[in-house]
Design a protein around this ligand. Structure first.
Ligand code: ADP
Length: 787
């Protein structure tokens, strides 16, 4: 009992697990009910469960029976009976949490349980895997259980025809990688008719290797880009300015981060060149961007080194091989900035037409769940962002793997020597050795040392996913030495070869600490699966990148009292604390970074929801006429208030501008009373004309052709506005980081100005639609007059 008091915060308590064991007990008892059933009787249960749900019963109420049925089906179809702990994993997933289960515990089979139960609701379950290979494997293997029980199963992979995707999404359970689901979401929101959409509303998702998907891969957003013409004039002026600029006087440039910013002097020069009075104004964001890119083109790219000019084109050069990178171009206007610098023709830019982060995509699911071997260290973040708890599931058989304390060397040379010697020592007994690295470059380094000792090994660099999976799965064979990055062949089971158990199982060597303990645990988890023996050992050096970058001062202090043995190993106990502390600092820094980015993305996310909802309603032709009429109202209202701001004295009001704007929107002109000081009364005076217009809009409903054109026109405007808005938001984000001297929190600036920008663009969108509509109405009425 004492151990419970001592357990670290990062462990799930026995008390928490108790409620699951109770349900497992029930499921075990139900085996007596279902195992005597014929296949047909068992299959008929699916319909019965659906009826119970339809009658108002909860998922919770049917879980014990449903799990018992899936287990029985699995016994018959795959000859595998879910272990009790796998049932617990299934329960955790069903309620929308994360089941932490070490490698080899059979997560694939675990997913068969919640996917079945939640699919009974008929709204589709998405099972997310880390690659297409695993999606296909699970679809085929686990899919057999579900098909046996009368559910449909779909596979969603890239490059599929929309019609096939639709079939996949309409299945009860759909397998695929997360990014493809995200891209489908974006493409659906660029569709020109409802029929082109492939996804249904989201219901429930199970994410395998959930930490990789939501944490590691969440750094880069999913972007769909399209070609857009660039503003040639702006590029040319910006390029001219950049050639005259001097570093430190006009701009600052950080060699390491490539961060570029203008100084006050630089800003003044830009303002003079473009004739604007405040470059920080929202409407000048784009200008700022052009100048920054021009400066970058100037300082970061050298002709005949980074690129060449050939046939009026900029061609990029690969700095490792010196070869031309055919057809490649830089994004975000940088390529065009170089073109302007060299005075060649300016090409079209690649612009984001839609984008979403993986985090914000998955946050749209009403219930989300996940599985992984390693998430507990990140529970706080997962809880904050996704409201999921991480429950550690006990292993089916006790874990007997030995995790050794880290060995730390003074130099990197001594470290690699020791890695090779250690591999040799183990290899002499026949014990398989897996050496994990943090990069391909490091893998090659390890390989060179192994060669020195005459060792034969498998190097997993530049292999296809299939080859990786194959080589990793063989890493437990006698006499094998495998070198791989921590990421290679993730999720692959390493089965021990014959006689390897007696040799101590798989010996894993980690050669560098990752910036997250979670990834180190993934590496350790490759050994000691399903109660196998195994051993893990990290062999590090104080010269490793992480310490150099994040603990420079600490290391310097430490070096003074460092005691080393004859082979260079550091003997001071504090070195292990230093490692642990550094890793925690780095983890914390990464977390803050992700949190910050997510907050930034939240701003666009809210706006995306508004625009996509509008887009959807247009696609569905929902209240199209009512929408147009209210857009019309808002536009007139805005035009009047814009020219007559309440906070200004009416002497300052611009009656002429007001009249011009509203008359561009009315069928017949109105005259605004110059003496009128009340906005409400000005609007009231326009009421008859507004009513007449609305009456005309009402008549559209009778004309099928018109009703078909209007949504297309609206979609065109909405999509163009969104692309433009995304670009402006990107420029805004680029600008805020550089404004610290304005003594305001950059996040606050971004939120405020982002909202302002959206308001402005949304208003403009409404006006463009209404204007287009009026032009259209005028042509109709002249046509009719002619008839
Ligand atoms: P994980 O993804 O958790 O690492 P896998 O899903 O790859 O584990 O499963 C590991 C191995 O265990 C697979 O070969 C699988 O077929 C097997 N396995 C899983 N569950 C069971 C079970 N209940 N009975 C028998 N074998 C199982």
């Amino acid at each position: 009992m004492f151990s419970i008091f001592k357990r670290s915060k990062e462990q799930t308590s026995a008390r928490e697990l108790k409620k699951y064991y109770k349900i497992v007990e029930q499921i075990n008892q139900l085996e007596a009910t279902y195992s005597p059933m014929t296949d047909e009787e068992l299959q008929a249960m699916t319909l019965k469960f659906k009826e119970r749900l339809d009658a108002g019963e909860t998922i919770q109420a049917i879980v014990p029976d449903a799990f018992a049925v899936v287990r029985e089906a699995s016994k018959r179809v795959l000859n595998m009976r879910h272990f009790d702990v796998q049932l617990i994993g299934g329960l955790v997933l069903t309620e929308g949490n994360i089941a932490e289960m070490p490698t080899g515990e059979g997560k694939t089979l675990v997913a068969s349980l919640p996917s079945y139960v939640r699919a009974l609701e008929g709204k589709g379950v998405h099972v997310i895997t880390v690659n297409d290979y695993l999606a296909k494997r699970d679809f085929e293997l686990i899919g057999q259980i579900h098909r046996f029980l009368g559910l449909t199963v779909g596979l969603n992979v890239p490059m599929m025809e929309p019609a096939d995707k639709k079939v996949a999404y309409n299945a009860d359970i759909t397998y695929g990688v997360g990014t493809e689901f995200g891209f489908d979401y974006l493409r659906d929101n660029m569709a020109h008719s409802i029929a082109d959409k492939v996804q249904r509303p989201y219901h429930f998702a199970i994410i395998d290797e959930v930490d990789s998907v939501l944490i590691d891969e969440a750094k880069t957003p999913l972007i769909i880009a399209g070609k857009m013409s660039a503003n040639e004039e702006l590029h040319r002026i910006a390029a001219m300015l950049a050639t005259r600029f001097k570093v430190e006087e006009d701009y600052d440039f950080d060699d390491e981060t490539k961060a570029t910013s203008l100084t006050e002097t630089g800003i003044e020069k830009v303002e003079a060149a473009f004739g604007v009075d405040n470059l920080y104004d929202l409407e000048h964001q784009t200008l700022y961007h052009y100048v920054i890119q021009a400066v970058r083109a100037h300082v970061m790219f050298e002709c005949d080194v980074d690129y060449i000019v050939r046939d009026d084109k900029i061609e990029l050069v690969d700095m490792f091989t010196g070869r031309i990178l055919e057809g490649r171009s830089l994004s975000d206007g940088l390529h065009q900035a170089i073109e302007a610098k060299e005075g060649v023709t300016i090409t079209e830019e690649n612009k984001a037409q839609a984008q979403v982060t993986i985090q914000n995509y998955f946050r749209m699911y009403p219930t989300l769940s996940g599985m992984t071997g390693t998430a507990k260290t990140q529970e706080k973040e997962i809880m904050e962002v996704y409201a999921m708890s991480v429950i550690q599931i006990p292993t089916n058989r006790p874990r007997i793997r030995i995790d050794q304390t880290d060995l730390v060397f003074a130099t990197s040379e001594e470290k690699y020597e020791y890695v090779a010697q250690e591999a040799l020592r183990r290899h002499e007994t026949g014990q398989p050795v897996l050496i994990g690295t943090t990069s391909i470059l490091q893998s090659e380094k390890v390989a060179s040392y192994l060669k020195k000792y005459g060792l034969k090994f498998q190097l997993l660099n530049a292999k296809t996913v299939e080859q990786e999976v194959e080589l990793i799965s063989e890493a437990g064979q006698k006499n094998r030495i495998t070198v791989a990055t921590n990421m290679a062949g993730r999720g692959t089971d390493i089965v021990l070869g014959e006689g390897v158990e007696a040799l101590g199982g798989l010996y894993v060597i980690g050669t560098e600490k990752h910036e997250s303990r979670r990834v180190d645990n993934q590496l350790r988890g490759r050994s000691g699966r399903q109660g196998d023996p195994g051993e893990t050992q990290f062999i590090l050096s104080i010269e490793d990148d992480m310490f150099k970058r994040f603990a420079k001062d600490d290391v310097e202090k430490f070096n003074k009292k460092m005691v080393r043995n004859e082979i260079g190993r550091i003997e001071n106990k504090e070195v292990n604390e230093l490692i642990e502390r550094t890793q925690r600092i780095v983890e914390g820094a990464h977390f803050s970074m992700r949190e910050y980015n997510l907050k930034l993305d939240d701003v666009i996310n809210d706006q995306r929801r508004v625009v996509y909802a509008l887009r959807d309603s247009v696609l569905r032709r929902e209240d199209l006429i009512a929408q147009l009429k209210s857009m019309f109202d808002e536009t007139i209202d805005f035009a009047v208030r814009d020219a007559a701001p309440e906070e200004l004295d009416r002497i300052e009001w611009d009656y002429d501008k007001m009249e011009r704007t509203v008359n561009s929107l009315f069928l017949t002109d109105v005259i605004v009373d110059r003496e009128e000081a009340k906005v409400a009364r000005i609007l009231a005076a326009m009421q008859p004309e507004m009513d007449a217009l609305k009456a005309t809009i009402d008549t559209f409903q009778e004309n099928e052709q018109v009703m078909a054109i209007i949504p297309q026109v609206m979609l065109g405007f909405i999509d163009r506005m969104w692309v433009k808005h995304l670009e402006q938001m990107a420029h805004l984000k680029e600008g805020i980081g550089l404004r610290h001297y304005q003594q305001e929190d950059p996040m606050r600036i971004y939120q405020r100005e982002g909202l302002e920008l959206f308001g402005k663009n949304y208003q403009e969108l409404r006006r463009s639609i209404v204007e287009e509509l009026i032009t259209f109405m005028k042509t109709i009425s002249t046509n009719q007059e002619e008839i």
